[in-house]
Design a protein around this ligand. Sequence first.
Ligand code: BES
Ligand code: MN
Ligand code: ZN
Length: 512
Amino acid sequence: MNFEIEKLSLAQAVQVSADALLVLWPSATLPKPLAHDPVSRWVATAIEQGDFELKAGAVLTLYSQSGIAPRHLLVACTGDNQASQIRSAVLAAWGAIKASKIKRLSLHLVGDAAPQGVLLALSSLAEASYSYTTTLSKPKPRTLKHVQVSTESASPSVTQAVAQAQALVAGVELAKEWANRPANHATPTHLAQVAKSVASGRAFKCEVLGPKEVAKLGMGAFLAVAQGSAEPLRFIVMRYNGAAASQAPVVLVGKGITFDTGGISIKPAAEMDEMKYDMGGAASVLGVFKALGELRPAINVVGLIPATENMPDGLAVKPGDVVTSMSGQTIEILNTDAEGRLVLCDALTYAERFKPQAVIDIATLTGACVIALGAVRTGLFSSDDALALQLQNAGEASGDTCWRMPLDDDYADALKSRFADVANVGGRAAGAVTAAKFLQRFASRFAWAHLDIAGTAWRSGAAKGATGRPVGLLLQYLMRLAQSPVATASKTKKTVTPAQATPAKALLVRKA
Ligand code: BES
Ligand code: MN
Ligand code: ZN
């Protein structure tokens, strides 16, 4: 998809040739009944007749009107322009025209269009018109190729937002593509190839390690998960260098379980197919790197992906086995289905060598997080309040939201083992928190955050498919960091008290 921006009044926008014109109209802008442009007059009449309300998500449609170049005209209300309202307005409007073959769409934002609003409108349009086709024998390719954006005032920051939207969409769609692919079309080897091709630009380096190198590094936890699989593991290291080498990088670590059967602690059959999505964290890291390559912000970012299947086998790791992680800590594997934390803990130890300013891991880690937060917000755990706040704010701004969860040390009691330094599972209680407490043991040397995307990385049921989350959140965080590197998270570790773990500060910043 290709986006273009122009400064136009609504009266001019109706003359732009396209298959459809979508006008995004905030509640606060009342249409003038005697306005110059026909759209304002129709909206005014529809409101007067009680047929249309300026309420978020309301859509007014017209077809083949004189004085309007596109054959479809849609007016969708964006309420007070909150991220979720812009998204639902765009999705509702697209629903009304998706049966038509829309190739060119003209998108007009009424009023003072904020750059963030433009970004959200474009990414929502891409989301609405996306469909997965790779493994279909007769794919119906997406018709929407071009979006012409217009606003009444086109500031440089709006132009910048369009560029960011273009890169964001490319990143989100790469993440969706690879998460949606069945596990036999998305092996660890395939993921490494994707990383190599994403990294083929100048500002990138990409290194791929195999079983031998990983064994040499002493990644005993990662190896234990991989030992039951016929597909060889891959450890992917991507480096984007947009700033001086002296600037400490942000490290992103993505869980890359290309299929999670549970191993010997095997999962039930129902919905097990969805465990092809267990590399959603890895897909989001690939997506972020795709976007970084297009935007080239002044920042250094490292991407780490431990990729493997989790399979039952004669050689597979067994419940009760004790392994030694790269950190030297021994782990009693009480449940082989808690494999995500095992591959991540070694990647976190590996991250130390980059002397990072922050490390963020992204993982479809626990069913318990789905129970806690559902499909709306990603679970955020962090040992660093400044980093947590930046991620919360990036979530609110991008509409790719998260919610901070606690890390009290008392939760770690559940992980006590008689046979190793730590067990890989606690009980059923607070399963998302105990998983994070496990990871925290391997993240004491840097500011660290963990995003549990088990509920948000894909949708189940009729609309089954990857969401591309949290590429939006991460890209927003990184772009802000590139603009104001002084605001980086502190390197010193801070203790988190439950009082600090409330998102009150995030809400304050958002309203300011
Ligand atoms: N990949 C799963 C987590 C998951 C389950 C994500 C369902 C989305 C939907 C993870 O590897 C896992 O199996 N976790 C276990 C941990 C348990 C054994 C402590 C879980 O959540 O059941
Ligand atoms: Mn599992
Ligand atoms: Zn898993």
